[in-house]
Design a protein around this ligand. Structure first.
Ligand SMILES: O=P(O)(O)OC[C@H]1O[C@](O)(CO)[C@@H](O)[C@@H]1O
Length: 459
């Protein structure tokens, strides 16, 4: 265990994160504390290691010696690690960051006691750390575009070869019905559980290849879906039938195997005319290790296209055609997705992005981090309604699909959380449980939301 300067400085409390508070590293029995105390330093070491491992490749690529640039980046990472360990205040950005004004305004407006790693909201600390790491690369001459997480993301797809073959075969020629739709959705949900460094779905028998019920191979998964509102998502898309334009905004999470299943689901939406266009919202910079960037979407499609399995390869070619015809497209990059803010502030801090989402029939938010930002990284009552927790953020009909990897959750039926706490004390951080939650854009309940509703209706 590294020395805990942080505990002296931040007056850490040896408790779980209390109800009705923001998640924060202050609570020593929370996942936030573990993440800041040991996970983030580990990730920083991983970045350094990757950089050194890639040095000769990068030097060949740029035709120059990179000792000095690499040395500066590694030293900066070391300094950042010390700042974190000592619970220092967040520093302003002074480099070439495109989103520098937004970040600096955000940091300056934080109340002082909420401006250091262990005292701040966990969401702010964690996003800030990933943002700082990237800023070291942005300030360099040759390494500004180096994605230090790319190898991990690519390996994740490569080790999933068998699952990719099976799922590709099993999802050809699907019918348009709720059953197929919801199975694809569930495969997509669980792929968020098997993210980086976890083995993907395992398929052994040859029958797997033709059987869309591949979920049965992953023991008992459906039992672990705590809320499944996929029928409402299906109905939301059916309601748009006949419209000339049906846009689905897909706020992506991880690359690797998860992005592959995203693409399978998106292919189905387009094939079945449930959507005329799907816009993938990805990250502008390397983020939370495995988050998808535009380059990952492109790499994934060309990996599928060049696959030696003919079904996988023709899927890759089909996806490429769908991209060319703009049935699928990567939305213009927005730094909002790599900002520290929760989504309820989007209407004030990024009205253009908010308006863009209002054009969609449905916005799907994938993964744990998106969920945390939807709920403001706040510990709500387990049974609080999803719509309430969004605090007015409702640009369109919305679905969140997420495995439960931290203590933020809502919308559970009465008694479920109490039961889980008894049978599985780690249920909130294991990623074993999942939710598919939905809210309709017109389900407006409170006065405070009136102004947003009228904006939605106008946009
Ligand atoms: O890839 P996801 O599902 O967004 O998960 C991100 C992970 O990062 C965390 O935010 C922790 O760093 C967890 O909540 C979660 O385990």
């Amino acid at each position: 265990m590294p020395p805990s300067y942080a505990s002296e400085k931040a007056e850490l409390l040896d408790v779980i994160a209390p109800r009705h508070s923001l998640l924060s590293g202050r609570y020593k029995q929370s996942f936030a504390y573990i993440a800041l105390q040991s996970r983030m330093p580990g990730i920083m070491s991983q970045v350094t290691k990757t950089l050194l491992l890639n040095q000769s490749y990068l030097e060949k690529l740029h035709g120059t010696n990179l000792d000095k640039e690499i040395h500066i980046i590694i030293e900066s990472i070391e300094r950042l690690r010390k700042e974190l360990r000592r619970d220092r205040e967040f520093l302003l950005f002074h480099g070439n960051e495109s989103d520098k004004p937004e970040w600096n305004a955000f940091i300056s407006e934080l109340p002082r006691p909420k401006r250091s790693y262990f005292r701040a909201s966990w969401l702010h600390s964690e996003c800030y750390l990933y943002r700082r790491i990237h800023s070291f690369f942005e300030s360099s001459k040759y390494l500004r575009d180096f994605d230090y997480f790319a190898d991990l993301k690519r390996d994740d797809l490569i080790i999933s070869a068998r699952a990719i073959n099976c799922l590709t075969m099993a999802t050809r020629g699907l019918s348009k019905n709720y059953e197929c739709f919801s199975r694809l959705m569930r495969i997509n949900l669980w792929s968020n559980h098997f993210d980086i460094q976890l083995a993907a779905f395992v398929f052994d028998s040859p029958e797997d290849n033709k059987n869309i019920d591949v979920l049965a191979k992953v023991a008992d998964l459906d039992r672990r879906i705590l809320v499944d509102e996929s029928l409402q998502v299906w109905n939301c898309l059916l309601k748009a039938k006949g419209q000339k334009e049906i846009i689905v905004d897909y706020i992506c999470d991880n690359s690797g195997f998860e992005l592959f299943t995203d693409l399978l689901f998106v292919e189905y939406l387009i094939d079945q005319e449930l959507a005329t266009q799907v816009r993938l919202h990805v990250k502008a910079i390397p983020w939370y290790i495995s988050d998808a960037m535009k380059s990952d979407v492109e790499w994934t499609i060309s990996y599928l296209k060049d696959n030696k399995d003919e079904h996988v390869s023709s899927l890759g070619k089909k996806l490429e055609r769908l991209m060319k015809s703009e049935h699928i497209l990567v939305a213009p990059p927005s730094y909002f997705w790599t900002g520290p803010q929760s989504y309820f502030v989007m209407v004030d801090s990024n009205i253009e992005l908010y308006k863009m989402l209002t054009q969609a029939q449905l916005a799907i938010f994938k993964g744990d981090l998106n969920y945390r930002k939807l709920l403001g990284d706040y510990i709500w009552d387990f049974t609080e309604e999803f719509i309430t927790c969004l605090r007015g953020f409702r640009p369109t009909n919305m679905c969140a699909m997420r495995n439960v990897k931290c203590e933020v959750i809502c919308g559970l039926p009465e008694g479920v959380a109490d039961h889980l706490l008894k049978v599985d004390p780690n249920w909130m951080i294991s990623g074993y449980y999942g939710v598919i939650q939905y809210t309709d854009s017109f389900k407006c309940k409170c006065d405070a939301q009136q102004s947003l509703c009228s904006l939605n209706n106008k946009a």
